[in-house]
Ligand binder design. Structure first.
Ligand code: HEM
Length: 147
């Protein structure tokens, strides 16, 4: 059994990919409950969503760092087409996570804000983000050569 540094990084990369995508699926039912239930359990559901987004963000950072290490140490040059495509999609998801999630979460507690609107926006952002993550997962696993 050979456990080398490179395969350990690949494994860490895959674990961080799991933690960057999986928790997002829990956000959707939590938002649905918030939409249905209203005030009473609002805070607890919202802090759970906050924690999930934090986990996804930290895992996302590990994903990028390990990804960069794989490029530096492995056989794939950075300009390989599936790597370039992943980096482009990753840039898009960064924008989504920063503007879509953190700004919306902060606005939830603004006085006079339409909370239902915030929740629907959060749900939409979550689905878009899941979509982008699935596209990147596909690029990483299939490794399609576009050029
Ligand atoms: C900066 C962005 C990224 C870079 C530079 C990068 C780089 C790489 C490289 C070079 C490999 C090949 C390892 C090997 O098989 O020798 C790999 C594998 C993998 N990556 Fe990434 N990655 C990035 C982002 C992502 C993202 C966003 C995801 C998930 C959404 C992801 C999921 C995976 C998975 C599941 C594998 C294993 C696939 C396989 O070995 O068949 N990566 N990554």
């Amino acid at each position: 059994m050979i456990i080398d540094f490179y395969t350990t990084i690949v494994f860490s990369h895959v674990v961080s990919a799991v933690l960057s995508i999986g928790p997002l699926f829990i956000i959707i039912p939590l938002i649905n409950r918030l939409i249905q239930k209203g005030e009473a359990e609002e805070e607890i559901y919202f802090s759970m969503i906050d924690v999930i987004i934090r986990i996804v963000m930290h895992a996302g950072h590990v994903l990028v760092v390990t990804g960069v290490l794989l490029i530096l140490l492995g056989p794939w040059p950075w300009y390989t087409s599936w790597v370039v495509m992943t980096i482009i999609v990753m840039g898009l998801s960064g924008v989504f996570l920063a503007t879509g999630f953190t700004r919306v979460i902060r606005r939830f507690h603004d006085p006079g804000i339409d909370k239902l609107w915030v929740l629907h926006k959060l749900k939409r952002t979550t689905w878009i983000y899941i979509g982008l993550m699935i596209i990147m997962l596909w690029l990483m696993v299939q490794k399609p050569m576009f050029w």
